[in-house]
Design a binder for this molecule. Sequence first.
Ligand code: NAD
Length: 264
Amino acid sequence: MRVLVVGAMGKMGREVCRAVLDDEELQLVGVVDQPRFGGDRDFGELAGLGPVGFPLQTDLLAALGQSRAEVAVDFTHPESVMDNLRTVVDSSVHAVVGTTGLTAEDYESIGGWLNGKPSNVFIAPNFAIGAVLMMHFAEQAARHLPALEIIELHHDKKADAPSGTALATAARVARAGGCSVDVGMEVTPGARGGLADGVRVHSIRLPGLVAHQEVILGGKGQILSIRHDSIDRTSFMPGVVMAIKAISGLEQPLTVGLDKLLGL
Ligand code: NAD
């Protein structure tokens, strides 16, 4: 599988490049990022991965054509991802998307773009298998302990709040009957967090954190906490590699969520 990485100089992008280079079934054929990183230097040397034999490119459309990539992996920015995705789909290339901040309307637009196109798009708000299990368990638990809240904790450079994982969890536990108790006056605005699908979500941003989430469910005389911690960005890579390998065989043109690949 010929893989191109968009956002290759970013924290996640570099890790994806490393995972692709380490996998015998995958071939890194192109890397794209913003012009501020541009130049003729070998990308691998620029990114500290060892020589790869080609430079970083800044024009996604040209890079897709030149590299003859079969799949593009996007870990960029909520403001860039839709334009990138449009370019990838219009180039008849498959896309694996980890960039967060996509809305239900965005999913609808992507579904429209895919009409009549040979590309498949796979999007996961969280590629860590443990985090996907955490969401799955939280959904099951919400059927029995419906009073719940979500705390998500991320590094201080994260562009969006709440996290895509928290929003996806809120939607899933809400469908299972979960909701937050809405009582009491907010003395300080925001003290009760944000409301997503009737579920209170609290976003913590601190240096030193990577990606963490806890779903706390309360019942009579008991508390159940379901927590997942990504302590290193390598935690996302088995999921990303799984999606790259599965993308050409997906039954639907647009698939959202790693749980679909795990058979949950
Ligand atoms: P980062 O800021 O370190 O890297 C983003 C990179 O994208 C930067 O190098 C930036 O220059 C580049 N970029 C931005 N716009 C671009 C464009 N139009 N074309 C090419 N390159 C562009 O951020 P990060 O920590 O690597 O996170 C990237 C995204 O991945 C975020 O949305 C984050 O929330 C998400 N994320 C998802 C998961 C998951 O499992 N789905 C896990 C971690 C992070």
